[in-house]
Design a protein around this ligand. Structure first.
Ligand SMILES: CC(C)(COP(=O)(O)OP(=O)(O)OC[C@H]1O[C@@H](n2cnc3c(N)ncnc32)[C@H](O)[C@@H]1OP(=O)(O)O)[C@@H](O)C(=O)NCCC(=O)NCCS
Length: 176
């Protein structure tokens, strides 16, 4: 099955929201309360993706891994300063993990961010999400100091992960 990494459009918003919700429910089970994951989280993610493409932000990067019949993954990044970007979400569909799509999405995102003039990037990962932390370390991400922030209303222990040089991320991910 060929899977193409391409820029997302507004027409992808509903499929991205659906994948986002399914990914949260599988990856964050036990890390966030079931009542939140199975309740309000879905509405919040749907609302987020309904508006994501209407924001006038020329330096955002939203990419999808488009399989012939579905969206198999996505990554989004937003400016946080003139040369630093927040990688806000990276999700691969539960049945497709471990096959290299996460790596390809990160590599292409790093390349796009560099093209837009960004030098560095960071993201936040839930402390107990050990698989994602291993994946980011594999791609050269450096973990910072743990902090607590609300997800939904739930105080959540979160680790920041940074790349001071996006070229390192792009190279570690195998290029664009
Ligand atoms: C985290 C995630 C995006 C990774 O994508 P993926 O397609 O499963 O990962 P890949 O197959 O591209 O893996 C790339 C590399 O990372 C490595 N890796 C993956 N998981 C790892 C882990 N737990 N520990 C160490 N290395 C890991 C792989 O071995 C691979 O390296 P290799 O090619 O040298 O073997 C995906 O698993 C996912 O969507 N998880 C659930 C959602 C989530 O937690 N997102 C992150 C939110 S912050």
């Amino acid at each position: 099955m060929t899977t193409e990494i391409r820029p997302a459009t507004a027409a992808d918003a509903a499929a991205i929201a659906d994948l986002h919700q399914r990914s949260w429910r599988s990856a964050y089970r036990g890390l966030l309360p079931d009542s939140y994951l199975d309740g309000r989280a879905g509405d919040e993610l749907a609302a987020r993706w309904r508006t994501a493409f209407t924001k006038d932000e020329p330096r955002r990067v939203i990419l999808v891994a488009a399989a012939p019949d579905c969206i198999a993954g996505f990554v989004a990044a937003w400016p946080k300063g003139p040369d630093k970007a927040l990688i806000d979400n990276l999700h691969v569909a539960p049945g497709q993990r471990g096959g290299g799509l996460g790596r390809r999405l990160m590599g292409r995102a790093a390349a796009e961010l560099r093209r837009l003039g960004f030098r560095a990037a960071f993201l936040e990962v839930i402390e107990g999400n050990h698989d994602a932390r291993g994946f980011y370390r594999r791609l050269g991400g450096v973990e910072g100091e743990l902090f607590v922030e609300p997800i939904g209303d739930h105080p959540t222990r979160v680790i920041p992960i940074a790349w001071d040089d996006l070229a390192v991320l792009e190279a570690a991910a195998g290029g664009a």
